[in-house]
Design a protein around this ligand. Sequence first.
Ligand code: AMP
Length: 295
Amino acid sequence: MAPERRGRVRARPEPAQDRLRIAIPSKGRLREPTVELLHDAGLGPETPGDRALAFPCRNAPVEALLVRADDVPEYVQDGVVDCGITGLDIVRERGADVRELARLGFGACALQAAVPEVSGVRSVEGLRGARVATSFPRLARELLPEPIELVDVHGSVELAPRLGLADAIVDLVSSGSTLRTNGLRSLGTLLDSEAVLIAPPEPRPEALRLAGVFRSVVDARATRYLMLNVPEASLEQICALVPGSRAPSVLPLAEPGMVAVHSLVPAADVWRLLPELEAAGASSILLVPVERMLG
Ligand code: AMP
């Protein structure tokens, strides 16, 4: 082999085994939000083509492998990858021996039991002895009352009662509109799911670090930075309105008798909060996104 010539030979790429390998869904509704999370975490994922099987990240020694969402738990359990992202429902259904490192705040849905509108069954408890169609047999068996007869179906689970295959179904629901369209009534949620980062029981330290970075992005996405001006006389009222455990910062303004209030607020509270703050005398209200939240 020719010796490397100083200054003329490009640095060798890092050996693949030193990089953190993360399995992510290759298609379906979890793929795009997962790539977006890698992006927002600052990893600099190379944009994967539709047929890519793997892609590197520009800013970190991380390599993403695109696999079926259903296969992620096994790849992680077997140590084929160092960590992975998939739905919590899939992780539980697979019963894989993995550790959940972070909830990722997207892909939210619920595993629900449902019956035809006309059914006399009113609760999950009432399903005792029923025939239930599902593509989640392990979770259905674990979360429904015994005895239960399961009919294993893949896709179009909602049709099973209409076809006379089952008395009830267990399936993933987000808005509930598919259930209604198919003449079904929910009996309740068996499991709340969202995308999660998982790792083997003894994760690599780099995987734990990545989980921390993801958590800081997820928390930041759910938060806004609020700034407003208020007469000092109304300060107490404003502080009582601003939720959250973190005390707001109160800063003096050049105008006598006026102060600025800065605070982190939950994004979900903003629609209710802004009119209340205005009514309490706040002015120059600014709301800005937060990129990261740590500590
Ligand atoms: P897909 O590959 O598109 O079938 O996505 C499968 C995963 O997306 C599920 O295992 C869930 O974790 C998640 N998900 C989020 N919302 C829904 C929904 N309404 N129906 C099915 N899966 C959902």
